[in-house]
Write a protein that binds this ligand. Sequence first.
Ligand SMILES: Nc1nc2c(c(=O)[nH]1)N[C@H]1C(S)=C(S)[C@@H](COP(=O)(O)O)O[C@H]1N2
Ligand SMILES: [Mo]
Length: 315
Amino acid sequence: MLIGKSRDVRPSEITPRDAYLHRRGLLAGIGAVGLGALAGGADATAATLIAAKSALSTTEPMTLLKDVTSYNNYYEFGTDKGDPASNASTLKTAPWSVVIDGMVAKPATLTLEDMLKPVSLEERIYRMRCVEGWSMVIPWDGFPLADLLKRVEPLGSAKFVAFETVVRPAEMSGQRGVFQPLPWPYREGLRLDEAMHPLTIIATGLYGEPLPNQNGAPLRLVVPWKYGFKGIKSIVRISLVDKMPETSWQQQNKSEYGFYSNVNPAVDHPRWSQATERRIGEGGLSAKRRPTLPYNGYGEQVASLYAGMDLKANF
Ligand SMILES: Nc1nc2c(c(=O)[nH]1)N[C@H]1C(S)=C(S)[C@@H](COP(=O)(O)O)O[C@H]1N2
Ligand SMILES: [Mo]
């Protein structure tokens, strides 16, 4: 029934029951007989994942689920694009909790369930532009980071938000090798106004399913106008601070990776041009690269955050 056509349909355009079947079909690639068997078993988990459509979504064609889940950067599981899909299943993502601390009136340690209880999930179909020069269009399910931050009541002194990924060498193969590509924990940061922007989300799913481990289960940051590495995965700590926090990529190479990391075709990486990008799934190596857009095409919404700033100095 839905199989074969599934990618032409947006999760938000179909009914909850169909959505459940549709997602099963997408993930498992099962036939109509299998679907029939599953139809009786729609569960509560599936229901919580029904996300409302958002006007902030792009209508561009979405990248195939198979590409979104097999071509990844998640260095805790290795540096090759296929490593996270092969290795990340060892990460135990339940139970999970996140510490929210620093300059807030109500610091909290929230279980994933506590965090999700008051939020309604939205589908956000965003472009994602990796600093390496490739891009995808991904239908995330998530909620605005602003909603979470408001719950803990940031103090007036808070100017930045610092994020950390879990550190678990026993479960993360890339943290065990002799060669360590980055200092752990993986750290990222945003200015508080960037963190509060309505485009900035915490994603807990994609394509209507819980986040696959290789994409940052159980929760990761998505900031669509910045290079993909700002989208820190498997978050365990969110700290409100008054000084610009140092990120892992800055620690690894300050001259190549800045704090802001806004997508900018006019500011090249020291080792390659950022003027164009390869959209994953568009033809082979011969496929034409497409021009990269300032702020990854989200300039109308976010350019005002950087009014008067020198974007070459603040790369
Ligand atoms: N903890 C952690 N988060 C991370 C990374 C990483 O190596 N570790 N890679 C980043 C990079 S470079 C990109 S492009 C995106 C990739 O997200 P995706 O694999 O879901 O497409 O995750 C970002 N988040
Ligand atoms: Mo990236």
